[in-house]
Design a protein around this ligand. Structure first.
Ligand code: PLP
Length: 419
């Protein structure tokens, strides 16, 4: 029974998985935090390493039988060190949120203050949201962007730092289309003796490929996910140049916040880092940025407003409030014609997070799929046409056909395993 293919042993699960394969194949994936991993990453991800308990670190495990777990974790760490040019890596966090939890635990006592970017201005839940551990256990103080150009307000960060004397400052975002100046963050952190944590979950791929300034050696500690622009398996990691910080981080990941590491995921991380070390990956990231810029330009040409007036990375934030609409309505209408993106608050949004005035678009997944500037321009026009004809069913049918035409040209079979 154990040796049978899933399609035979459990058709109920198999059919759901096939439907998900088809959903990915038949729609345009524009969620900025998503990507498509290679078949090789998927293979490592489904390996028998999922069976192995390996609490501890290479050479210092609690269980026996860890010789190959040690080998794969060491390889993943060595590749990550090379990729980011960093001295110490903890590859075990199960996710980006877990990585951040370990850093909080390393540097802050409960109720101590830290600075993070306001969720409504592009920050992440784990940067102090009151529904997250970061906001419940610690004392968040939020900074944001300036009203005029919608770029980070360093004067405000400086003032807040002086006033609140935070233990830690977080530089990082989930929805911000511009370059982050880590040096400015570090200057402010130093002026109040705070730890600087850079969370590069979104831009890790851009940093690795050299298309965004690196926080390594600037921030005391750097966290990231491995599944966004980095195009690896779902997971997290933590990096630092400092040996003392590295020791502290290791103990806060395990036993601080996690038990056994996901060794199959660590194997898949190693594969993804191997891919990211190849020259083709640099070309990929260059295309990711070019494609996002093309999308932004198309929106601007059509008279739409985007947050900060453009993009330097893989994210474009479209202001649909300007067109008299809300993000939730537009996101659902986009979904109905085959485009997947998410509603997103924009800076100074009059609407709450479940409604919003914005849509966040990202280029990483479709660029992996093979789409280029021509397709991103076409998609930009489809999105604008939809928004301008939100009540016109004939138009929506026509746009849905146009999406189908694009989708057909870029088959997804090389991003799947057979089961
Ligand atoms: C996505 C993201 C995370 C969390 O990653 P998960 O793997 O979903 O827990 C953390 N920080 C930032 C800035 C992110 O964008």
């Amino acid at each position: 029974m154990l040796k049978r293919y899933l399609r035979q042993s459990d058709p109920e699960v198999y059919e759901i998985l096939v439907k998900e394969d088809q959903r990915q194949e038949n729609s345009l994936e524009m969620i900025a935090s998503e990507n498509f991993v290679s078949q090789s990453v998927l293979e490592a991800y489904t390996s028998t390493l999922t069976n192995k308990y390996a609490e501890g670190y290479p050479g210092k495990r609690y269980y026996n039988g860890c010789e190959f777990a040690d080998e794969i974790e060491t390889l993943a760490i060595e590749r990550a060190k090379k990729l980011f040019n960093v001295n110490f890596v903890n590859i075990q966090p199960h996710s980006g949120a877990q990585a951040n939890a370990a850093v909080f635990l390393a540097f802050l006592n409960p109720h101590e203050p830290f600075l993070g970017m306001d969720l409504a201005h592009g920050g992440h839940l784990t940067h102090g949201s009151k529904v997250n551990f970061s906001g419940r256990l610690y004392q968040p103080i939020f900074y944001g962007v300036k009203k005029d150009d919608e770029t980070i307000d360093f004067d405000q960060i400086y003032k807040l730092a002086k006033e609140h004397k935070p233990k830690m400052i977080i530089a990082g975002f989930s929805a911000y289309p511009r370059i982050l100046d880590f040096n400015k963050f570090r200057e402010i952190a130093d002026s109040v003796g705070a730890i600087l944590m850079a969370d590069i979950a979104h831009i890790a791929g851009l940093v690795a490929a050299g298309f965004h300034p690196s926080p390594i050696g600037v921030a005391h500690v750097v966290t990231t996910t491995t599944h966004k622009t980095l195009r690896g398996p779902r997971g997290g990691m933590i990096m630092t140049h400092d040996e003392e910080i590295a020791k502290k981080i290791n103990s806060r990941v395990f036993p601080g916040t996690q038990g056994g590491p996901l060794m199959h995921v660590i194997a898949a991380k190693a594969v993804a880092f191997g891919e990211a070390l190849k020259p083709e990956y640099k070309e990929y990231i260059k295309k990711v940025i070019d494609n996002a810029k093309t999308l932004a330009e198309t929106f601007l040409e059509r008279g739409f407003r985007i947050v900060s007036g453009g993009t330097d990375n893989h994210i474009v934030l479209l202001d649909v409030g300007k067109k008299g609409l809300t993000g939730n309505v537009v996101a659902d209408e986009l979904h109905a014609i085959g485009i997947t993106a998410n509603k997103n608050t924009i800076p100074f949004d009059p609407h709450p997070p479940m409604i919003t005035s914005g849509i966040r678009f990202g280029s990483p997944a479709l660029t992996t799929r093979g789409l280029g500037k021509d397709e991103f321009r076409k998609i930009g026009h489809i999105i604008c046409d939809l928004i301008e004809n939100i009540d016109n069913d004939t138009m929506k049918q026509k746009l849905k056909k146009e999406v189908e035409e694009i989708v057909k040209q870029f088959p997804m079979d090389k991003f799947r395993l057979d089961y």
